[in-house]
Design a protein around this ligand. Structure first.
Ligand code: GLU
Length: 445
């Protein structure tokens, strides 16, 4: 009895792929796959003025980036003849009629095709929202086409869902109120009713609807791609926007999502787009990349061409960089904020800042001298963060960690924020560490 599962992702190419659209595509894809079905991709370009090829390309490109494969592909603009057939049938059956009415813009009259609305109550069940009832009386005889060759959205969607044998309509909650109109048209053309699932809205942290007008480029998948987020991480993040796995688990591979996703566990209420969570997830995925350090090294070399001269140093920086980034583009940001310079050139200090809080200059000098002594006796071959820490730690505990470690770190980086001094010294090497410590002493004197 049960129909083959065929879902559809039906974006309008009137903008770039929205994160909400990507989530809709993902849920359609997952649901189809886990039920042995398939997803159809349908570009709803009936709005000729706003539909653009570049948006279509962007949407396809985004889906490919996520690896969301579709079975059949079509454009509504190529299907005018099909809609016309249905419009003619509706007109012949007197389920629709041609209406001459005053033009909305300018003067004169226009002709439109209106659907003869029976004006009844429509009830449908939605996997996520349960039973939903709308009274369609107030919708009156709504327009379904501008002419036989210019169908409007509702008609085209219903015809396509029928012709493409769509079993499940999984789409954003913004379409919930379109459903009763579409059901009325379905009944008129004697199409079976698909099963509906309306996904919760995606909200900004301030609980407003995530929209291009208000939130600009950050609603677009392209933006996250350009920021250097990984497709798997963004997909994982989108899956959790509204879907509750009912366990503590948060990291899902594409395969696991296919196994574990369930439309029944999608919530009704809006899902907040939490950028910190996305950053966290992306970092988790970065850490899993086997050659992540090579990628970081390549990125540093790209950002700082002069670093080519010190390949060894770049190599040593990589692990500290991984700790500080959540996405690859953070490397560029770190560079712009001056977080790399001191590895490749002598930092410029503010001598005042070498002292911890109100420690006197003399005391700071004393500490730096002591550190230099301890560092200078360490063998060069085994000059590691661990060994350096071992050599200094006791002294720091005894004299006060801030008082000893702050000037040590600041002397090496000239920055209020940087990796710890042991890591820095390890990266800089013994010779340069000692040189920087002695420069700091000179500056204080
Ligand atoms: N084309 C509609 C949109 O982009 C989706 C229509 C539907 O899923 O029924 O919002």
């Amino acid at each position: 009895m049960s129909r083959k599962v065929i879902t559809r992702f039906a974006p309008s190419p009137t903008g770039t792929l929205h994160v909400g659209g990507a989530r809709t595509a993902l849920f359609n894809y997952l649901f189809a796959r886990q039920n042995g079905g398939e997803m159809v991709l349908r570009l709803e370009d009936t709005d000729k003025a706003r539909s653009k090829k570049e948006y279509e390309d962007n949407i396809l490109d985004g889906l490919n980036w996520f690896g969301l494969a579709w079975k059949d592909f079509c454009r509504q603009s190529d299907r005018t003849e099909i809609y016309k057939k249905y419009l003619e049938k509706l007109l012949a059956d007197d389920m629709a009629y041609i209406s001459k009415e005053p033009a909305k813009e300018g003067s004169g009259e226009v002709e439109v095709i209106r659907f003869r609305n029976p004006g009844k109550k429509v009830t449908f069940s939605d996997i996520i929202r349960g039973e939903v009832t709308f009274d369609t009386a107030e919708l009156k005889d709504f327009v379904i086409a501008k002419s036989k060759d210019e169908p409007l959205y509702h008609l085209a969607v219903v015809v396509d869902d029928f012709e493409q044998k769509i079993s499940h309509v999984i789409r954003g909650e913004d379409h919930l109120s379109n459903t009763p109109r579409q059901i009325l048209i379905q009944e008129a053309i004697e199409a079976p009713r698909p099963i509906y699932a309306h996904l919760p809205l995606i909200l900004a942290p301030d609980k407003s609807k995530l929209s291009k007008r208000k939130h600009g480029q950050s609603v677009s998948v392209t933006y996250y791609r350009e920021e250097g987020y990984l497709a798997e991480a963004l997909m994982n993040f989108l899956a959790l926007l509204g879907w509750n796995p009912k366990t503590e688990k948060e990291i899902f591979t594409a395969e696991e999502l296919t196994q574990e996703f369930s439309l029944e566990n999608v919530q009704k209420g809006g899902a907040v787009f939490n950028r910190e969570k996305l950053d966290w997830l992306n970092k988790e995925y970065l850490k899993k990349i086997p050659d992540i350090y090579d990628l970081i090294i390549a990125e540093i070399k790209k950002e700082i061409p002069s670093s080519e001269k010190c390949p060894d140093r770049v190599k040593r920086i990589a692990p500290t960089v991984l700790e500080r980034i959540s996405k690859m583009s953070d490397i560029g940001r770190m560079n712009r904020e001056g977080d790399f310079q001191y590895y490749f050139e002598l930092p410029s200090y503010e001598p005042k800042k070498l002292s911890w809080k109100d420690t006197s200059k003399e005391t700071t000098i004393k500490h730096i001298i002591k550190i230099s002594e301890k560092v200078s006796v360490l063998p060069e071959e085994n000059f590691s963060a661990e060994k350096i820490k071992e050599a200094i730690w006791k002294y720091a505990e005894q004299e006060g960690r801030g008082e000893v470690l702050w000037p040590f770190r600041y002397a090496l980086s000239g920055r209020e924020k940087s990796p710890d001094p042991f890591t820095l010294a390890d990266i800089l090497g013994k010779k340069e560490t000692l040189e920087r410590l002695s420069t700091a002493i000179q500056m204080l004197k």
